[in-house]
Design a binder for this molecule. Sequence first.
Ligand SMILES: NC(=O)c1ccc[n+]([C@@H]2O[C@H](COP(=O)([O-])OP(=O)(O)OC[C@H]3O[C@@H](n4cnc5c(N)ncnc54)[C@H](OP(=O)(O)O)[C@@H]3O)[C@@H](O)[C@H]2O)c1
Length: 412
Amino acid sequence: MAVVKRLCILGSTGSVGRNALRVVESLSERFGVAALCAGKNIALLAAQIAAFKPRVAVVASPEHVEPLKAALKARRYRRPISILAGAEGQAEAATMPEVDFVIAAGYGTTGLLAAYRAVEAGKNLGLANKEVLVVAGELVTQKARETGAAILPIDSEHSAIHQCLRSGRPQEVRRLILTASGGPFLRTPQKSLNSVTPEQALRHPIWKMGGRITIDSATLMNKGLEIIEAHWLFGLPERQIEVLIHPESLIHSMIEFQDGSLMAQLSVPDMRLPIQYAMTYPDRVKLNGDALTLDWARARRLNFEPPDSRRFPCLELGRAALEAGQGMPCAMNAADEVAVEAFLAHRLGFRDIPRVIENVMRATPAVHLISIEDVMELDRQARAAAERSIASLRPSASSGKKGRRTGSWREY
Ligand SMILES: NC(=O)c1ccc[n+]([C@@H]2O[C@H](COP(=O)([O-])OP(=O)(O)OC[C@H]3O[C@@H](n4cnc5c(N)ncnc54)[C@H](OP(=O)(O)O)[C@@H]3O)[C@@H](O)[C@H]2O)c1
């Protein structure tokens, strides 16, 4: 069979990106790679280029271009390849005529511009990078409606809902139920959360993922972000999107229909499944070489409990941001990313993460975002506000420099 889909992968060296390439490898008769976009992991990118032979590769910034050329030379890689850099480079790669499908799996908002431009160019998008919809959901979904680009979720919860929706009509849905593993601190008492370390927080009980999403899973901010993502993907208001803790992570999410009937999607927790589902949709195909079959002998119990928003306030912050609308989800996301990075660098305590986010949300002015440039400017300002908040919570961590107070950002 001829190659039917040529991919551009944003974040090819990350956890989702590497899994996407495993799917390409196992379905090589269906998929080819036109472009690989990474950040700074030049050695892995060079190995991926040697294996998948894209026409274009993109690195985080111009200073990484020469190291990539050197790494390819060391591998005696002689095929022609264009090496681009930065957000504009990713956008150029994602909109190349030969690209049929873009997998958005970059870090935070680093792939926002490329994802938006891809949708603008009418490319179908497999979306793992939930931040794209969290910060610019209105703009991206509006553009997709205009150009006819499909946005196919890769986040396992949203993929589950997408799959469940095949059994009913959107107007028949009463509510969406997003499941959550509960993360590594599901049973940790509130007091002990003060002293948890990044190393403990990075030990996710089920999924092996990148650093930010792993910490977001531990604070439950990941579910807050997913509520916003679900709102934009499936068009339901916040009150119709619920969260349920399900520690086994076998049910990836559910839909409750108007008559009370529930549809759930179950599978082993392996990201190759939702990635492949998005890539081959509307077909379902066997994952070559490796059967991802649920072993019922090992999965005898399915447990559920409501989330504890007292111990994990980030979930409610996500709801509040969606309710507030406008630029609030964008500011919340930026604050979370900065706070998580500070936590990982031992500059902030675990329970300070929601404090920083709340501070930034309180300070955020009401702004309607009418362009991607507006989104990126608010993102930049919210990051500066988050750094100020971190400095105010941890005076010793302050660099001594005061961030510039911009526009109508409020004091906290
Ligand atoms: N991991 C999962 O199972 C999972 C599940 C559902 C949804 N998601 C979502 O998918 C997205 C990716 O998650 P992940 O776990 O795969 O993250 P990750 O492992 O941290 O990978 C992030 C990717 O982004 C690249 N990157 C970082 N900074 C960059 C920059 N400045 N410019 C260009 N590229 C940059 C990284 O490149 P280098 O490594 O080369 O620096 C890497 O390829 C997130 O939005 C996450 O919420 C992930």
